[in-house]
Write a protein that binds this ligand. Structure first.
Ligand code: KQY
Length: 365
């Protein structure tokens, strides 16, 4: 059954996108399976997804959408507390293909369904077709009996972060990329963000993390951790291509004021690595024409910023890297009221994203 679709916008109806650090009803995920993106038939990735779901489920309910042919293995691998529902998908990035939830002051929750073209369609996108992914937001909303807004632009949830108080941060590399909405100007894109997320101030960063195949999703680079405070991925190494990207983001954030007129406190978190795909890893991925091929030695877009803020918890990626220990300590000091849990996430990174990309929070009513 399709969710009821409105012709109005969330702004017109008094709905806004809450920040991720606000209370959640539950967390949504999908189940990975495609062998041309995940090595060894996706089994190592499935283990990492299951560990992520388990870690989040200690703080809030988790629902995982699983394709019909994977229902049995997923049931075996996912902890019994995790709800499984049948949702078919092209891949497993709920952040990008799921709805963005919006909420009003009375506590009603609705969903925005964006258009999706697999991160660039036929101009640099990562796979085709993507029509099964396109239908996921409406299935989630139908399951939750939530009303839907259908936004008139291509956008992935990983390309935006909000403070829930009228400010949004995004990147030019992604949102202004001609492979998303080539006929829209920056002003038109801003006007859709304002209408569908009910924000007033948009902070434009330049590029996303070096070699990020999403064309620079902000969720790998920078996020709000509370109102007027952001966390930015960083490197101290001026010879690393990430250095100038992070310096530019730092300068833009330093100049910015949020929707309430506040300056931002900017916390830097040092990136892991740099990390690269090994030969063993790349050989485990099935090469298929039409799908982005992953080669040995490719630099991976590893970042601790790609973490999930659960109710009273922080679930962050571990990379088997010396920086993991510093990241853990930093998360603990940034979030003294939350329990910080690391999850081994290299297998998720090998698929092109991380913990934030595979999750989508549904706000509490
Ligand atoms: O950054 C994200 N939100 C998603 C990453 C998707 C990678 C697809 N291979």
């Amino acid at each position: 059954m399709n969710p009821r679709t409105l012709e109005t916008t969330p702004k017109q109806d008094g709905f806004r996108m809450p920040a991720e650090f606000e209370p959640h009803e539950k967390c949504w995920m999908l189940w990975p399976k495609r062998p041309d993106n995940w090595r060894l038939g996706a089994v190592p990735a499935q283990n990492a997804f299951a560990a992520t779901a388990r870690a989040i489920s200690a703080f809030e309910p988790v629902v995982v959408g699983v394709g019909q042919d994977q229902l049995e293995p997923a049931r075996q691998m996912l902890h019994s507390e995790i709800e499984i529902i049948n949702i078919e998908s092209d891949d497993a990035w709920m952040r990008d293909v799921g709805p963005t939830f919006v909420k009003n002051d009375a506590g009603e929750v609705r969903g925005v369904a964006w258009q999706f073209n697999a991160w660039g369609g036929h101009k640099g996108g990562l796979y085709a077709p993507w029509d099964t992914d396109e239908k996921i937001a409406q299935q989630v909303l139908a399951h939750e009996k939530k009303v839907r807004y259908r936004a008139p632009l291509i956008l992935e949830g990983g390309s935006i972060h909000t403070d829930g108080q009228g400010t949004l941060v995004t990147t030019e590399e992604c949102l202004l990329n001609p492979n998303r909405n080539p006929d829209m100007s920056r002003a038109e894109i801003e006007s859709h963000l304002k209408a569908y997320l009910n924000v007033e101030t948009i902070i434009w960063l330049g590029k996303g993390v070096y070699m990020d195949e999403t064309d620079g999703h902000v969720d790998n680079l920078c996020c709000f951790i509370r109102p007027s405070e952001v966390l930015l991925t960083w490197t101290d190494d001026p010879s690393d291509p990430q250095y100038s990207i992070s310096c530019d983001a730092f300068e833009r954030l330093s100049r910015a004021t949020d929707a309430k007129g506040r300056k931002l406190a900017i916390h830097k978190i040092h990136q892991p690595g740099p990390l690269f795909m090994t030969e063993t890893e790349s050989l485990g991925i099935l090469p298929v024409p039409g799908t982005a091929h992953r080669k040995t030695g490719t630099r991976l877009a590893g970042s601790y910023v790609n973490f999930y803020m659960a109710n009273n918890g922080i679930i962050f990626p571990l990379f088997d890297d010396p920086r993991d220990t510093y990241a853990l300590e930093q998360f603990k000091s940034l979030f003294p009221d939350r329990t910080v849990v690391g999850v081994e996430a290299r297998e998720i990174l090998l698929g092109g994203g991380n913990i934030h990309c595979i999750t989508q929070q549904q706000p509490q009513i």
